[in-house]
Design a protein around this ligand. Structure first.
Ligand code: ZN
Length: 369
């Protein structure tokens, strides 16, 4: 009797699971994604996925029609076309900026990213720029792991234009996951994007090729910038980089011209390219957190070389904001890519704060200038 009851209970449990499975499976299998734009002569071709169906449309210069983007945003032919004509700025150094906000390693978690920006006063509830003349730094790794990468990129694309009009700025810096997708390493893409590949008949990296609008836009982005006395870089600057004397402008130029979006067999034999693309390079280096031989003197010489007082990096996840080497190195990746709420860093009038998801600000340290 006991065994019969137990079997009965097991059968009920299995049935419940079986009836629940197709429902959630059905919901998950509906794909919405895009748009992705491609330029051929003067025609912009848009493809997107709506309810798992591939849709396409063509935009011509003479048509002033509004182009709809995710989350109720819109753009125009003119705004999109401009991206293809923009020249990259390799040296980016900004001084006397009163407000800075930094986020990193969002990894496709669009909702969390928006909540952070909303709680910390970067955007309003309609997702528009609210940070005035402030500078917002997106410190790389928007790609991979989560399933709303496209939404994040389009939001940054729009925000960048709105910020510039307000006298502020959005700085999207490249992380190793941007580099990976752009050169075809798709190990970490969410399974949704495998379905996107199947529906569009296009490899995921080709959606971000140099002929695609988002691909072109990403290829214009830097790896290193400075704001006030802070150096921003996705993973970090290793002592080897300054031993080679690699200045910011040169590093950004090498990435744009030789590394980003290029399928290269490493090692190439070119010492600079191999250093920049490898584990000691600015997109992969983890030495601040795991090299026990690294000294504060070495960190000082890195800061001196780039004429800054501190470095802010993402890439290496921790439970919290991590401050090392006498406040000179700050790691901001607090695991958003692993489903954690994460943190932002807010700089306002000489002080650094930790900004949390509920919008609570905690003081970190003061500007050393
Ligand atoms: Zn990274």
């Amino acid at each position: 009797m006991k065994i019969q009851l137990l079997l009965w209970a097991v059968t009920i449990f299995l049935n419940l699971n079986l009836t629940a499975a197709p429902l959630s499976g059905e919901r998950d299998s509906v794909i919405n994604d895009g748009p992705y734009f491609f330029l051929a002569a003067d025609t912009l071709k848009a493809i997107w996925i709506e309810n798992s169906m591939l849709r396409e449309s063509y935009f011509l210069p003479d048509r002033a029609s509004e182009i709809v983007l995710p989350a109720g945003q819109s753009t125009s032919y003119r705004e999109l076309k401009k991206t293809f004509k923009t020249n990259p700025k390799y040296r980016q150094s900004y001084k006397r900026i009163d407000s800075i906000a930094i986020i990193s390693d969002v990894h496709g978690y669009y909702d969390n990213y928006l909540k952070q920006l909303l709680s910390n006063g970067i955007i309003d509830k309609d997702l528009n720029w609210k940070f005035g003349k402030g500078h917002f730094v997106f410190l790389g790794d928007g790609f991979d792991r989560g399933d709303e990468v496209t939404e994040i990129l389009w939001h940054l694309f729009k925000l960048e234009k709105q910020a510039a009009r307000a006298g502020g700025a959005v700085h999207l810096l490249l992380g190793n996951h941007e580099q990976m997708v752009l050169y075809g390493d798709l190990r970490y893409i969410h399974e949704k994007y495998r379905k996107v590949e199947a529906i569009t008949g296009t490899g995921y990296s080709n959606l971000y090729s140099g002929a695609s609008l988002l691909g072109m836009w990403l290829r214009l982005k830097p790896v290193m910038i400075t704001i006030n006395d802070i150096l921003f870089v996705h993973a970090g600057v290793s002592p080897q980089l300054i031993q080679k004397g690699l200045k910011i402008k040169y590093v950004n130029q090498l990435f744009a011209e030789r590394i980003t979006g290029r399928e290269v067999d490493f090692p190439t034999g070119n010492e600079e390219l191999d250093l920049l693309s490898g584990n000691g390079g600015p997109l992969w280096y983890r030495g601040y957190f795991n090299d026990t031989t690294l000294t504060v003197n070495q960190v000082d010489s890195i800061l001196d070389f780039y004429d800054v007082h501190r470095i802010i990096v993402g890439h290496t996840p921790h439970k919290d904001i991590t401050i090392l080497f006498d406040n000179k190195v700050t790691g901001i990746d607090a695991g958003m890519g692993y489903g954690q709420p994460g943190y932002m860093i807010i700089y306002k009038e000489g002080r650094f704060y930790k900004g949390s998801l509920p919008g609570v600000r905690t003081g970190l340290f003061e500007q050393s200038e």
